[in-house]
Design a protein around this ligand. Structure first.
Ligand code: FAD
Ligand code: FES
Length: 237
C-alpha cells in the first residue's frame, strides 16, 4: 500500500494525486490503482503524470465509480498501486512534438521532462487540446520549449508534423487517428508514436481485454503498449 501525500482538484473534474512509492517509472507507463477493498472488482489503469524515486503522481478525470472513489482519498490515506506497467515513450531526440487531448495530456508532462533530461539539446513543443476549461498551463509551460493550448477546437489543426523529427501523442482515438492521417499526408507517418487507452481488466497481459489490432497482429495494450508506432495501429484500414 502507498501513502497518499496529496490529492487535490485541479479543474472541474480533474484531480492530481501524489503517493509515496519507491519506483523506477518511465514516462508513458501506467499503474493499476485501487482505492477500495472489494468493489469495483477491477483496479483502474492511470498513467504516470510525474515521478521521482520516492513518489508517483497521477492526473485523473472523474468519469465513473472508480475515479469518484479516488476523489474521496485524503493525504495520509492508503492506495494500492500495482506497476509500473507497459512500455513507455521512447527517448527520442531532436525536435519533438507532444500532442495530448483530454486525459491524454497526463503522460506528456513526465515525457517532456524525460526527453529534456536525456538530451538537453532536444526541443519539446507541447500541444494540448481541451474541450472545456484548460488546466495546468504553468506546469506544462515549465517543461516545454513552446506550449500551444487549444480550447474547444481541434489541437491537430495547430501542428505541422513535418516540422518535427518525432511526434508523441496520447488522447482520444479519433484525435490520434486524425494526427496519423496528417502525418501520413506530410510523408512523416513513421515519426509518430501513439499511446493507446483501451479498456483494461487485468493490466498484466493475461486477459486479452485490451487487445488492439495492429499491422503485425493483435497487441496487448497493457503489455506491448500502451505506446505503439502510429503506423502499426492506424496504418491498417
Ligand atoms: C493505459 C491507460 C492509461 C490511462 N491513463 C489515464 C490517466 O492518466 N488519467 C485518467 O483520468 N484516465 C486514464 N485512463 C482511463 C481510466 O483508466 C478510466 O477513465 C477509468 O478506468 C474509469 O474508471 P471509473 O470506474 O471511474 O469509470 P467506469 O465506471 O469504469 O467508466 C465510466 C466511463 O468511462 C469510460 N471509460 C472507462 N475506461 C475507459 C478507458 N480506458 N478509456 C476511455 N474511456 C473509458 C467508460 O466507457 C464509461 O463511459 C487510462 C486508461 C488506460 C488504459
Ligand atoms: S488488460 Fe488484460 S491483457 Fe491487457
Amino acid at each position: 500500500m502507498a501513502k497518499i501525500l496529496e490529492n487535490r482538484q485541479v479543474s472541474e473534474d480533474f484531480y492530481l494525486m501524489r503517493a509515496e512509492q519507491e519506483n523506477d517509472a518511465k514516462a508513458g507507463q501506467f499503474y493499476m490503482l485501487r482505492g477500495w477493498d472489494d468493489y469495483p472488482i477491477l483496479s483502474r489503469p492511470i498513467s504516470v503524470f510525474d515521478a521521482d524515486e520516492k513518489s508517483v503522481s497521477f492526473l485523473y478525470k472523474v468519469v465513473g465509480k472508480g475515479t469518484e472513489l479516488f476523489t474521496k482519498l485524503e493525504a495520509g490515506d492508503e492506495i494500492k498501486l500495482d506497476g509500473p506497467h507497459g512500455t513507455g515513450f521512447p527517448a527520442v531526440t531532436g525536435k519533438v512534438a507532444l500532442v495530448g487531448g483530454g486525459v491524454g495530456i497526463a503522460p506528456l508532462y513526465l515525457t517532456a521532462k524525460m526527453l529534456k533530461k536525456n538530451d538537453p539539446k532536444t526541443t519539446v513543443d507541447i500541444y494540448l487540446g481541451f474541450s472545456g476549461k484548460p488546466m495546468l498551463e504553468n506546469e506544462y509551460g515549465d517543461v516545454a520549449d513552446k506550449l500551444t493550448v487549444n480550447v474547444g477546437g481541434f489541437v491537430t489543426d495547430d501542428i505541422e508534423p513535418s516540422e518535427y523529427d518525432w511526434i508523441l501523442t496520447c488522447g482520444p482515438e479519433i484525435m490520434m487517428r486524425v494526427l496519423y492521417k496528417k502525418c501520413e499526408k506530410q510523408g512523416v507517418a513513421e515519426r509518430l508514436y501513439v499511446s493507446m487507452e483501451n479498456r483494461m481488466a487485468c493490466g498484466i497481459g493475461v486477459c486479452l481485454v485490451c487487445s488492439c489490432r495492429t499491422k503485425s497482429g493483435n497487441k496487448r495494450v497493457c503489455k506491448e503498449g500502451p505506446v505503439l508506432l502510429g503506423s502499426e495501429v492506424f496504418g491498417i484500414e
